[in-house]
Design a protein around this ligand. Sequence first.
Ligand code: PHE
Length: 347
Amino acid sequence: MSEGNEILTELDGIQARGLEALATVQDEAALQAWKTAHLGRSAAVMQVFSRLGQVEKELRGQVGQRANQVKQVLEAALAEKDSLVRAAALERRLAAEKLDVTLPGRKPDYGRLHPSTLALDEICRNLGEMGFQIYRSPEVESEEYNFELLNIPAHHPARDMWDTFHTTQPGVILRTHTSPGQIRAMRENAPKPIRMILPGMVYRYEQTDASHESQFNQVELIAVGPGITFGDLKGTIEDLAHRMFGPDVHIRLRPSYFPFTEPSAEIDMECFICGGKGCAVCKGGGWLEIGGCGMIHPVVLQNGGYDPTQFSGFAAGLGPERIAMLKYHIEDIRLFWGNDVRFLEQF
Ligand code: PHE
């Protein structure tokens, strides 16, 4: 048999074996291996081309043509198999990554306002309607503003009422009350009459218990003008209490002492749980303490830039947490900053 005829027979076998091998291919990797073996540089059909020179002249064209044909048949089969393998791979991925759209969605956690914020907002909203403007005053204060300018000199025993947190900078502390803001608000506005509220966090170095925390909010009220009286103070407090707790609640001002007001009083609200008869919430007394107040001391007015012979004013400090405790029947003030979502979720 001539070399040419031999190669022609061989080519039939090459094509048959190639197609047969391709039939068993299932995935991308096997397909790559098949391609190298059957259409790569050292594949049988490729070697035929380099042997063409040895084929007798008469058959050379035919052998070349047939070799090309085999190569094309194998290439076409490869292309077809390639798309089959890709489709199968996609099918497998889709099946594996199937989305179950019937699963219930995950509920996001909804944020809500903190009970202190709710109480603060309500106090500020009502006082806003009564003509009070909000004034922001810093939580990190100087001893001068927190004490001296409020008529509490160093070593005065009244300082014991407000032990606080000190910073590494001498004379710089965390404010123990919102009252230092009185001086700031007055100094910024004197000699214009003012009516302002100063809400914000205050700090005290305290043994904490159910009714004492080392941080809490206060809302300071201050009104300065010609001829402001204790009656204005009482009327303002009463009006606020009625707006917040209803028209039937009673207010009582009980004489007290603050170095920066004269006269001074504690603000008691009639217990709205028992109507003043005495119960567990008011500990039998019928009244609940919600803040302190008084007529601004002449020395403090002067420190704020007002002439105490021309101007008078009142000030009060309310505890929004105290008010929230009454409103929502919260029994322990430490819950406010305890960060327990079971507590916070209830508002
Ligand atoms: N600053 C006082 C306190 O924190 C409360 C107060 C404010 C009293 C204004 C009188 C006038 O105890």
